[in-house]
Design a protein around this ligand. Sequence first.
Ligand SMILES: [Mn+2]
Length: 349
Amino acid sequence: MEEKSPTLPRSSTMVERLHRLFQAFSGDDRVLIVISADPDAIASAMALKRLLWRRVTSVTVARTNVIRRTDNLALIHYLKMPIVHIHHVNLHDFSKKVVVDGQPRHFGELESLGFDVIIDHHPASPHRARFADIRPAYGATATMMTEYLRAAKIVPSVRLATALYYAIKTDTDNFVRQGQIEDVRAFRFLFPLKNKSMIHRFENAEISRGALKYFQAALGRLKTKRDTAFVFLGVVDNPDTLVILADFFMKISNIHRAITVGLYENRLVAIFRTLGIRRNAGREAIAAFGEFGSAGGHRSMARAEVPLANLPEKLVEKEGALERFLTRRLLAPPPKKEPASGSGNGKSA
Ligand SMILES: [Mn+2]
């Protein structure tokens, strides 16, 4: 299937881009690809590594973040592609530095390293790379990388195809968020090449075994009132668990509002979820915690983080006082409002 392009046929444009990309490297290059590891960045780095196979001396992929999300860990485990932390490489060992699914600006101090190649889909920021391909309209960098592979006439391996497919799926939120015809086209190309059961596994790898103990605790301590589910979990070892639990409680029939609260590193973390119809999670978070710390969000999702030191002493020191305080504050009845009035005045100080 060919589609029209105002200037060159799409295929030759991509072939041209591919040649310019290859021209940025030479055979004795030792290449460092820097990523902030998420599925799109990981898949894009893997695709670039494949493109550079036998064209450079070595390719090392380094991440700047700590990977905690269990789905990302499952993806990396499946891909068997080594990804080292940036602190564990000697930056002077490399003759070329590349960033994919991000831009030098996003990497703080590393920006001063000087990057030779940038491939990304975020809004463009100033740079001095010798080769930059930045396409903000694209839903995923993985879409761009799929186009490069196709231009190079490389059929991706099952692992690479699976990674690219999953990257497009997550970065476009299954085409709900952003995505254009190129994303759909790449997705369709990868569709028969991917490993379906691995995709299923990544998508269902959200809960770590470590988080299970919090499910048990949360079910035991759950309070429901009208349409609200509320739980105070005490100390948690990862605030993501609170998010997973809040989303989980929203699946209970007739629960339209979920609030999970826990303590993490001397802070109180509260996660709000609502259907966003009668209630406004962002406003509720501000009303409940704005006076003590940071709080805010959208109509349906919000978050508050409060240093414990900002809370009244009697709440923190007396056993059970904090939970009683939270229950009183958060299980209050919803504000009365005529249904026809003021649609979507979602902002509030
Ligand atoms: Mn991306």
